[in-house]
Design a protein around this ligand. Sequence first.
Ligand SMILES: Nc1nc2c(ncn2[C@@H]2O[C@H](COP(=O)(O)OP(=O)(O)O)[C@@H](O)[C@H]2O)c(=O)[nH]1
Ligand SMILES: [Mg+2]
Length: 318
Amino acid sequence: MHPLAQRIQQKEERALAKAITLAENNGEDKLELLKSIYPQQKGAHWIGITGSPGAGKSSLVNRLISFLRKKKMTVAVVAVDPTSPFSGGSILGDRVRMADHFTDPGVFIRSMGTRGSLGGLSRSTKETVRLMDAYGFDVILIETVGVGQSELDIMKLADSVAVVLNPGSGDVVQVFKAGIMEIADLFVVNKADMPGVPKLLAEIEAMLDLVKHDSPYRPPVVQTISTENKGLQELWESLLAHREYLEKSGEGKERKLSNLKREVMEVVQHEIYQQVWTNEQKNGFSWLADLESGTTDPYTAAEEILTKRLQPADGKQK
Ligand SMILES: Nc1nc2c(ncn2[C@@H]2O[C@H](COP(=O)(O)OP(=O)(O)O)[C@@H](O)[C@H]2O)c(=O)[nH]1
Ligand SMILES: [Mg+2]
């Protein structure tokens, strides 16, 4: 067993932090570490929270942490939101409120470097969540801004995806266009103290009629005012109900399996690229001269590299 995995099993928080860094930096023994922690996972509830910047995701996460701690549950947070107070991009007030949680051993908060996680952001986020799960947190919250393909990929790894919307924001059209509708398991109308709630509710329902009319599960819509601590009980109950649905319907198993498939292919893609890169580097990128002189083209060069990889001269598969 990898030594960090052993220390994670003994609930050493520093080992968890170190392991996440190792995964993010693509340390040489990363696959060994991940192999060790895979069977240690305990089946935490992985919850994705997504929505436009300023929708109130971080405020909700913050309130949800307090809510769950009162229920004696432990919580880990992965913030993949560059504007998140967890990743340092926010106003002072938020940080001060957050400070309560930093000293609580039942809470672990980690922000992902959005610039250049070497293995890709969605892959390192997934690995981080697995490490947290192996440590034994009951709930893992993943906060992301709901834009872009990598954000969508990140959301797909959650058991339950909550999409946070605000009244009067025109968010619904954006959500629809971005393809988030299909992966939403729950809608949170946050800032329900602001005008325009009935209109937003009607828009969401109309969209659900369109997209989910023949689906066995219709995402519920929950209203919250995170600044006043309102709606959290309902939010939590809806998340639990969704988890129960995943278990009873078998959809949870299905999702996990298709995620695992994607994960394996991601690792293969990365490892092959890594091997080829190292190999070509060793050979001094021998085809570069031919490209320069015009005796080959990029596509032929790439094809030759691949052929070499698939049929190495010594007859052995690399
Ligand atoms: N009026 C009102 N303001 C809120 C509510 N929730 C969050 N906010 C405010 O909205 C702003 C953005 O919140 P934040 O949690 O940082 O949003 P994020 O970018 O989605 O993480 C902050 O100033 C919050 O205080 C709410 O329910 N009602
Ligand atoms: Mg935020």
